[in-house]
Design a protein around this ligand. Structure first.
Ligand code: ATP
Ligand code: MG
Length: 260
């Protein structure tokens, strides 16, 4: 289980996360939606400890971090439970695809190069890129690079995988193949937290949808509830920008044509 409790995060005077709490059960997929600048990326980066916490705590299973956690071993143990996929892939450009997958396993998880290579090959096959092992990232399309970065995240065997707008740099055709891979990850049972503007996809894969605004969770529920029966008018307004139609209430009586 991933449990975020009352976390706060500020940049200078600007408080970006305001006492935010969120629980994701094992095997669940949670999607973060909400306006730009609302703190979705900051939340993901905080869960991954790319940003430090000002207040509150985050637990993944038995492992817990708070602003008071200073023991580097403990921090490392926590970080190993998470992996993140970024909008801009963030692959090592000077390393071949296969080495992009081998290196983190060797450095972070301390596995032998042979085991890391086997796992890398298996993962590349899973994301449909077995033939690209010896290419450099620049020789791949954006969609292919993103699939490599998902494979790299999986190579770390995380308990929680975080996706920050993984398809927003891609055109729709390339997005499709990446979304298919993300769906596979989501179905594999790894706790998945995804920030996205792909509402249709969010509706399809999520167990829970979290609407965030100005650093707080405004509404959280099943996709059907949040997308089609939101409690807050604000969410309907936001969703209308995405061309998602609210459910039209069923008419009690058929409409009568006015006969002239
Ligand atoms: N390192 C930083 N230093 C200063 N301010 C930051 C930093 N990172 C984020 N912010 C600010 O925090 C706020 C939230 O940003 P964040 O990137 O988390 O929003 P978001 O919900 O992911 O938006 P988007 O949908 O556009 O990706 C913004 O006002 C942003 O400018
Ligand atoms: Mg963002």
């Amino acid at each position: 289980m991933l449990k975020v409790s009352n976390i706060q995060k500020s940049f200078g005077e600007h408080q970006v996360l305001k006492d935010l709490s969120l629980t994701v059960n094992d095997g669940e997929v949670v999607t973060l939606i909400g306006p730009s600048g609302t703190g979705k990326s900051t939340l993901l980066r905080t869960i991954n400890l790319l940003e430090s916490l000002d207040h509150g705590q985050i637990e993944i299973g038995e492992q817990k971090v708070t602003p008071q956690t200073k023991d580097q071993k403990e921090i490392l143990r926590y970080r190993r439970k998470t992996a993140m996929v970024f909008q801009q892939y963030n692959l090592f450009r000077h390393l071949k695809v296969i080495d992009n997958l081998i290196q983190p396993q060797v450095v972070v998880n301390k596995v032998t190069k042979k085991i890391a290579k086997n796992r890398a090959e298996q993962l590349l096959d899973q994301v449909g890129l077995a033939d690209f092992a010896n290419h450099y990232p620049a020789q791949l399309s954006g969609g292919q690079q993103q699939r490599v970065s998902i494979a790299r995240a999986l190579a770390l065997d995380p308990e929680v995988i975080l996706f920050d707008e993984p398809t927003s740099a891609l055109d729709p055709e390339l997005s499709k193949e990446v979304l298919k891979v993300i769906k596979g990850v989501a179905e594999s049972g790894i706790i998945t937290v995804l920030a996205t503007h792909e509402m249709q996809f969010a509706e399809e894969i999520s167990d829970q949808v979290v609407f965030m605004e100005k650093g707080v969770v405004v509404e959280q529920g099943k996709p059907e509830e949040v997308f089609h029966h939101p409690k807050q008018e604000r969410i309907s307004q936001f969703l209308s920008n995405y061309g998602l139609k609210e459910t039209v209430p069923t008419l009690q009586r058929p409409l009568l044509r006015t006969v002239q």
